[in-house]
Design a protein around this ligand. Structure first.
Ligand SMILES: Cc1cc2nc3c(=O)[nH]c(=O)nc-3n(C[C@H](O)[C@H](O)[C@H](O)COP(=O)(O)OP(=O)(O)OC[C@H]3O[C@@H](n4cnc5c(N)ncnc54)[C@H](O)[C@@H]3O)c2cc1C
Length: 454
């Protein structure tokens, strides 16, 4: 006789959502979380001054209906991302200010090249079947090349190339030579196309959650009560004929079915007994995550706003490649978020804290003026070295993987079911995708057990 109907491994948004929906459906469930906190790749820090900082995933946008549904369920409002003023692009040390998504102040060749490439990407995205991108008409062709190879052939302007490299490579926190074009097209298409991915207003960075992501995952965890076990890394999952045994260091759970909701990049840290089917097992070896620092820098005031700037900037090749205003809805204190990704982030891992901080602040002072060099706080989160994330922001597929192993992304392996943002056909890679995957996996295990009972 199993201890519980279902066991969920991982209490990020995917696992918490799955567990919550199972509990709401009247099923008994246990959640095992490796860390001493929930939230996974989202992590809200409450500050002594009553404000909050999102150290991981933070922004939400239109079309992300499932995270918005959770927010409504727990009565958590959102607020619009600050967007008044000009954004900035720094190319070859030269600053260009602009409004909207695409800068028109670059040289005309770069502007046209960038616009055309964005249009082409949008058109290609429209041909991707979200549930099975490996069946896209040109799947084989697009999965044999990397994003970098596509950029080489389609983006001749160096400035446009740098910007697209930063934008696309930034999402996968890796060099674009490491990422399959088909995977990138699918991930972008799953959110509605490149305009959504790169956009602020109306795009993926349209809004923030009042109280941060923790305002949603906190009450979800509270709902789980003592069914949630923290500091319980799952080491081993053993499948029998009619139940599964899930083993942590100090605890063992027997259950009808298990939902594994950990990032694909680290799913093979768990020992599966008997071994997983070949395609799933090899998939675990083929979807790595990249390197990323998210740094929230706190100032008395958001001084850039009074200088007519949004705080958003892109400066490829510098120690602060991407910045964005990350103030709470109150507007003070000023919080500027710096994202450092891919090869630059890897290089930064080798520096001591003081040197890294010095480089980033000097770059910001250069860009936003001397005030940027003197913050009251510098809160750095290096996701690259987080054992239970395996890097960030998401696991990606290198060339050849999606067409060969894609169907294994969601296919249950006996009594083991898979959740996690990487398994979502819609909003893959976002918190919303994680929520959708949790809801899908919860429905899946309940349906499977209904069949088993009948
Ligand atoms: C820096 C950064 C910025 C981001 N920005 C945004 C953004 O603005 N908007 C957005 O929508 N998305 C953003 N994302 C992506 C978003 O955070 C993720 O898509 C989402 O949080 C993934 O949720 P998940 O539940 O699938 O996985 P996770 O959040 O990774 O949850 C997996 C859980 O499993 C646990 N775990 C791992 N191994 C084990 C084990 N063996 N046993 C038990 N538990 C285990 C982990 O500790 C973790 O809690 C960002 C991510 C990063 C890193």
């Amino acid at each position: 006789m199993a201890d519980v109907d279902f066991c969920v491994v991982g209490a990020g948004f995917a696992g918490l959502t799955a567990a919550l929906r199972l509990k709401q459906a009247g099923r008994s469930v246990v959640v095992l979380e490796a860390r001493d906190r929930v939230g996974g790749r989202t992590f809200t820090e409450l500050r002594a001054d009553g404000t909050w900082i999102d150290r991981g995933g933070a922004w939400v946008g239109p079309g992300q209906d499932r995270i918005y549904a959770l927010m409504a369920e727990f009565d958590v409002p959102s607020y619009k991302q600050y967007g008044r003023g000009e954004s900035m692009m720094v190319i070859g040390g030269k600053q260009f200010r602009y409004t909207g998504t695409v800068p028109r102040t670059l040289n005309p060749f770069a502007t046209v090249n960038l616009g055309t490439a964005m249009l082409e990407l949008a058109q290609m995205c429209k041909t991707i079947p979200l549930e099975e991108p490996w069946n896209a008409k040109k799947a084989d062709k697009w999965d044999t090349i990397s994003v970098a190879q596509w950029l080489d052939h389609h983006v001749r302007s160096l400035a446009a190339r740098d910007l697209l490299e930063t934008a696309i490579g930034g999402t996968y926190t890796s060099d674009t030579s490491e990422v399959s074009l088909l995977f990138a097209l699918h991930q972008m298409a799953s959110g509605g196309g490149p305009q959504f991915v790169f956009g602020v207003e109306g795009g993926s960075q349209d809004s923030r959650i009042v109280g941060g992501m923790g305002a949603v995952y906190g009450p979800m965890a509270a709902e789980m009560g003592d069914a949630l076990h923290l500091s319980a890394p799952v080491r081993r999952i053993e499948q029998g004929d009619d139940q599964v045994t899930v083993r942590c260091d100090d605890m063992t759970v027997t259950t009808r079915r298990v939902i594994v909701a950990v990032p694909i990049a680290i799913a093979s840290q768990i020992l599966y007994e008997p071994g997983l089917p070949v395609d799933r097992s090899l998939l675990h070896q083929r979807m790595p995550s990249g390197a990323v620092y998210k740094i929230n820098i706190v100032y008395d005031e958001p001084f850039w706003r009074s200088d007519g700037l949004t705080g958003q900037s892109a400066a490829p090749g510098t120690p602060a490649p991407v910045t964005i205003d990350a103030c709470t809805d109150a507007g003070t204190p000023g919080v500027l978020c710096v994202i450092v990704e891919g090869p630059t982030a890897r290089d930064m891992c080798a520096l001591d804290d003081e040197t890294r901080r010095g480089l980033i602040l000097a770059e910001l002072a250069n860009r936003f003026g001397p005030k940027a060099g003197s913050p009251i706080d510098f809160i750095e989160q290096n996701w690259t070295t987080e054992r239970y994330s395996g890097g960030g922001m998401i696991s990606h597929a290198p060339p050849g993987v999606l067409t060969e192993f894609g169907p294994a992304l969601r296919e249950p392996c006996g009594r083991i079911h898979w959740a996690g943002t990487e398994s979502s056909a819609v909003m893959c890679g976002w918190v919303d995708g994680a929520v959708r995957s949790g809801e899908r996996a919860a429905a899946e295990v309940m349906a499977a057990e209904r069949v088993a009972v009948a």
